[in-house]
Unconditional design. Structure first.
Lengths: 226, 226
DNA sequence: TTCGCCCAGATTGTCGACAATCGGAGTGGG
DNA sequence: CCCACTCCGATTGTCGACAATCTGGGCGAA
């Protein structure tokens, strides 16, 4: 659904997808250096296609490259994360406003159902926090789809601008705040059902702002500990 | 200023920059196929670096690639342009709101001065419509800088998401609407001087919305003629 | 001791050649 | 006359080797 099949196209494409996945899931640590020869062997291909994959990732800002000094996974410091959440607030708010007028009744019903599943999983306690996070991702992406704005969809959910997804994986597995989040999701769906775009936008912005505040505190604590 | 030096890094980097520039200025037509061997010879390099450059552009969505069938310049149809302007409205509005509280007095004064130059050039009649468009670009970018949000700056002005710039070059040279645009710019600067973020956002959104309406009509006319 | 130089080892950048695949012209049959 | 098949040229995908550059450690002189 969100994770697309490895795409049996060129080797460079599969490498780009695998690397992108490894990066957003945190399997590759931030700032980690990416050795071309090593990765090429791991993926069973030559260095040519692998370099192309790295250039692709560089284009979407998942990695940083310094000439003659290698490429590294991008580092999301506190300031960058703050910036990202600010942009997300604007974009997802916009998506909500549009979705309120553009989504079909069926889509909204499906969204509501998604939250039911979500609640179910939370009751069964936290073994599967990961899938919970994945579900949250799905919720936000479905709304982006509902906006009927292709660019918005790409920025928020698709392979493009994975940065937004990256911080989620990095933070949301800590799994605080799942219950208030669910509550807020319900409120948003209610606003969509009433076709109240302004309210939906307001609620979404508040939801994301709250998420950032929570994550921000968490970072402060981590840094205090370290 | 906005156009960065060709960057004497790797060959792939200079190719990426030259191609990106050719695309956003319209020197390379939309949908045009890009032949690897031909471009490589034109730039005086092998196909390796050139392919990397294409992969980079693919990452930033300036070109589309179909396996075993070559890469083409992205095509901005009417729907895509509409989507882009919608996103720009949200992002530049946000930039304005932030800039109202973040910009220094000096920066705002400089912005006002920029508009003076701008007005000067308009009075000298339109030989240099191109530079007028460049000036408009600068105005918007300076505000993005004023937001102090790095991600916003990259999305709106820097090399990333050149799509936004691309449609400008393609449309704004027609040079209608320069005077009302200048008027709106003045209003925005006035709002910034008063540190009224809400008003500044409103004005910017209206400004961009108006620009889209104007461009949309122009496209309709073109399609009607064709 | 400490600073600077120099030299390997490793890593990145570039090229040329070869294999795989696609599109289209030409041809033959219905 | 039209459709389908085949083959060929052109273009893309991939690999291996070589050149250029950086990094880190050892050595010698002040």
């Amino acid at each position: 659904m969100l994770i697309q099949v490895p795409e049996q196209g060129t080797l460079a494409d599969v490498a780009a997808h695998r690397l992108a996945h490894s990066i957003v899931t945190g399997e590759l640590a931030q700032g980690q250096k990416l050795n071309e020869a090593e990765l090429a062997e791991r993926f069973g291909m030559g260095r040519g296609p692998l370099r192309e994959a790295l250039r692709h990732l560089e284009g979407m800002r998942l990695v940083t490259r310094i000439p003659n000094a290698g490429t590294r996974v991008v580092v999301l410091d506190r300031q960058t994360l703050s910036d990202i959440y600010g942009v997300r607030e604007a974009l997802e708010g916009m998506a909500c406003r549009l979705a309120a007028t553009q989504m079909t009744d069926e889509e909204i019903a499906k969204l509501s159902k998604l939250l039911d599943n979500h609640e179910e999983q939370i009751k069964k306690v936290g073994g599967k926090v990961y899938s919970q996070s994945e579900g949250d991702l799905d919720f936000h992406f479905q709304i982006a789809r509902g906006s009927r704005n292709q660019m918005l969809m790409e920025m928020l959910g698709s392979e493009q601008y994975q940065l937004l997804r990256m911080c989620r994986y990095r933070t949301s597995r800590k799994a605080t705040r799942t219950k208030p989040a669910l509550q807020q999701h319900r409120q948003i769906v209610a606003a969509l059902e009433q076709r109240d775009g302004e309210l939906a936008e307001l609620l979404m912005r508040r939801h994301i702002h709250g998420a950032w505040k929570s994550i921000s505190e968490m970072i402060d604590k981590e840094e205090g500990a370290a």
